[in-house]
Design a binder for this molecule. Structure first.
Ligand code: ATP
Ligand code: MG
Length: 722
């Protein structure tokens, strides 16, 4: 195979980062300098040139989407299906490990992952059962406490020394909570990591197995690893495993979740033979955009120090728009996007980024009015919507009827005459006799002919009908049945207005989502059913807020979820003191520095055009607030920005800042056109959905009949027309 392609695309320093033979390497580099690219290419390099078995690579990415993309890209380069290569997020990877070694990890075989909302519900239940006051011991506070301990790798024993009264009580709650989770087979996000760490610490043979297996560990976005993640990596690497980590201290934006950018320095100290490589050329943004981003981040103290440069053209000036109010701001943004489209730009090349989730509502409003499609990247959380979680609960019960939290969730949803009193009885019996809620309900209803007993039996009947279905294929049929048998569809259909309608739409959408879900191949160390795989993926996706569809739509997201992404056209909305930087962060120098890093992350997402918008007045909780422009805008030298002082279209045109035409999608490359049917020797037949690039870079996106779409580089894919 001609593998020169792997290195051809890289500059000399990136090439060095990929081919370097040192045991460990630390690639410390600014935004858009090719860090993620180095990771992908190193994986390809190791497996194709160095002959390293893909099985012995462990690649850690920041989102599931990034993991899927990376796997796809490497499969393209190597033309192999790499289902056996472990590549995913920390949570994805260690969840898989726990699924395989559930017994050694002291977990139930069919344990399920709970997201933050489920976790709160369990906590509430636990706190009540302990006869504690929910006002004093708020589930949210205890949740924060518990997750913080776990993220630090701490269980009770370590915590107990020097603890205050409040902490001690928190520890009690934590302990009760953990008992409940263990009994019901529930694993929260933080638990995945700490449990995996304990698994590897307590089982020497297992640890040795994985240390022998994973010869190379590669980690993206290393600046956002927390303590337990760092410990896990260190453990897995052992003495001989080679580590490649890439990161940017200026993009560390998760310290509120326990991330430590000091892990970058710590890595260089903790590991021997670390080769440090700095990449300083940015390939993403125009010179102007980069200069703006640099001028902002320069104001932060304690940086590891690196300055980015770009060989790209100057580009347009960065535009600052001062809106009258938040509606004007939203309308302005929509207007620019419309122009962008008229000139041939695609919607998904545009991103509206904001500091706080609540900002999205007004923006959504304006976009809805314009009838443009949009997607909240990471925000809407399809799988967190109530009706979806209810439908999933029926499926989870079909898999494990003793899943108490799901039982609680839907035993009376839709309402079927099983009230609080009955539930109290069920709970009490289950506690007294150490039964699951299902078991105790079953015993309570046994041989009885009361109305309640009948209702309970009817509920059991629904679940048992679902249990008879095949968990390994036709998930859409499964969910169709679950949604109709459960009565959820009728229930939501009767809700008045838009709300009910959108819930029914969502349920329908769930069926469409599952109809696209089928196994991507044999994965021999994973024996979950397809339904379980789907449910696990849904929990993980909801947890990290990923959007997955491929429709052309405006991309909306918070600054936090924009990490790692890039777009030709970017808006950062709400650049006002109090909003960004956030009022709660402006006083504390450390938090202010993190806000500034967020700003740097946001600005460096832009490739060609960057708009910073702010509103003179903004409606906050029903009050018109006057908000001064963000200090971050003031930190940019005047000559780099173009102040848009007008809102009227004609003036906008006269000032000449309307978007240039950016190349839209091409319709054919290298003799292939959209819609062509093609065949590939490993993936089979499919249809071309997209074409881009030219010469040796020409590639097409193919939707394969066997499942899933893939981008293939024509010069390697050996595609043939059918
Ligand atoms: P971030 O810090 O935002 O995660 P990054 O350092 O991971 O950024 P990449 O996403 O890997 O950067 O690369 C940024 C962009 O630059 C991508 O579009 C990538 O394809 C392109 N790029 C990187 N290196 C090169 C190169 N040597 N030649 C051409 N394009 C490159
Ligand atoms: Mg990256």
């Amino acid at each position: 195979m001609d593998v020169s392609y792997i290195l051809d695309e890289l500059n000399p320093i990136q090439r060095e980062a990929v081919t370097d033979d040192s045991l460990h390497s630390l690639i410390l580099a600014g935004a858009g300098s090719g860090k993620t690219k180095v990771i992908t290419h190193k994986v390809a390099w190791l497996s194709s040139v160095k002959g390293v078995n893909p099985m012995s690579l462990l690649t850690v990415t920041f989102t599931n989407k990034a993991a899927r993309e990376m796997r796809g890209r490497i499969e393209n380069i190597l033309e192999e299906n790499l289902n056996q290569m472990w590549c995913g997020t920390f949570h994805g990877i260690f969840h898989k490990m726990l699924k395989i070694h559930w017994k050694e990890a002291n977990l139930l075989k069919d344990f399920s992952v709970i997201d933050s909302e489920d976790q709160l519900r369990v906590l509430k239940r636990v706190i009540q059962a302990m006869n504690l006051d929910l006002e004093t011991w708020q589930p949210r506070d205890t949740q924060w406490f518990i997750n913080k301990q776990k993220d630090e790798g701490k269980r009770k024993a370590i915590l107990n020394m020097n603890a205050t009264f409040v902490e001690e009580k928190m520890v009690d709650i934590m302990e009760e909570y953990q008992k409940t989770c263990d009994r019901e087979g529930l694993v929260d996000f933080a638990e995945i990591l700490i449990r995996a760490y304990e698994l590897l610490t307590k089982n020497n043979d297992l640890l040795k197995h994985y240390q022998d297996r994973f010869r190379h560990i590669l980690v993206d976005e290393f600046q956002d690893t927390n303590e337990i993640q760092y410990l896990l990596l260190k453990k897995l690497a052992g003495k001989n495993g080679s580590m490649t980590v890439v990161g940017d201290d200026d993009q560390s934006i998760y310290s509120w979740r326990g991330a430590k950018s000091t892990n970058l320095k710590r890595f260089a100290k903790d590991f021997s033979q670390v080769k440090t490589i700095k990449l300083e050329q940015n390939y993403r943004s125009s010179k102007n955009i980069l200069a703006c981003a640099n001028s902002v981040i320069r104001n932060n103290p304690d940086r590891l120090g690196k300055e980015l440069w770009s060989q790209k053209e100057e580009g347009e000036q960065v535009k600052v728009y001062r809106a009258f109010n938040e509606r004007d701001e939203a309308n302005f943004i929509v207007g620019i996007i419309k122009r962008w489209m008229e000139e041939g730009g695609s919607l998904s090349d545009s991103a509206i980024i904001y500091r706080s989730n609540a900002q999205s509502r007004i923006l959504e409003d304006a976009i809805l009015n314009s009838e443009l499609p949009y997607r909240i990247y990471g925000g809407v959380r399809f799988y967190e919507r109530m009706e979806i979680k209810n439908a999933l609960a029926y499926a989870k019960l079909a898999i494990n009827q003793n899943n108490d939290s799901q039982f609680e969730r839907v035993i009376n949803v839709p309402t079927r005459g099983i009230g609080t009193k009955t539930m109290d009885q069920i709970r009490e019996k289950s506690k007294k006799e150490n039964l699951s809620l299902w078991e105790s309900a079953e015993q309570l209803a046994q041989d009885k002919d009361t109305k309640v007993a009948k209702n309970i039996k009817a509920f059991f009947e629904i679940i048992s009908q679902l249990q008879e279905l095949d968990f390994n294929k036709d998930l859409d049929k499964f969910f169709e049945k679950a949604i109709s048998l459960s009565g959820l569809k009728d229930f939501h259909g009767k809700e008045p207005g838009e709300k009910g309608r959108s819930r029914v739409d969502n349920l329908d959408e769930l069926i469409s989502a599952t109809s696209e879900y089928f196994s991507l191949g044999e994965d021999n160390d994973d024996d979950r059913s397809l339904l379980e795989l789907f449910l696990d993926q849904a929990s993980l996706d909801a947890g990290e807020n990923q959007a997955t569809e491929n429709e052309d739509a405006i991309q909306m997201m918070t600054l936090h979820s924009s990490k790692g992404l890039e777009f030709p056209l970017v808006f950062i909305a709400g650049c006002e003191e109090g909003l960004f930087p956030h009022r709660r962060s402006a006083e504390d120098p450390k938090q202010l520095a993190e806000e500034r890093r967020l700003c740097y992350v946001g600005m460096t997402r832009a490739m060609e055009r960057l708009y910073l918008t702010h509103a003179e007045t903004r409606n906050v909780y029903g009050i018109e607030n006057f908000s001064p422009v963000s200090r971050f805008i003031k930190e940019i030298p005047e000559e780099l920005v173009y102040q848009i002082r007008v809102a009227s279209e004609t003036e906008v045109e006269e000032k000449g800042f309307e978007p240039r035409i950016v190349g839209g999608t091409e319709h054919n490359v290298g003799g292939f056109s959209l819609g062509d049917r093609v065949t590939h020797k490993s993936f089979g037949e499919g249809v071309i959905l997209n074409c881009e690039g030219d010469g040796s870079n020409a590639r097409v996106e193919v939707n394969f009949d066997s499942g899933g779409t893939k981008w293939l580089v024509l010069s390697f894919a050996n595609l043939e027309k059918v």
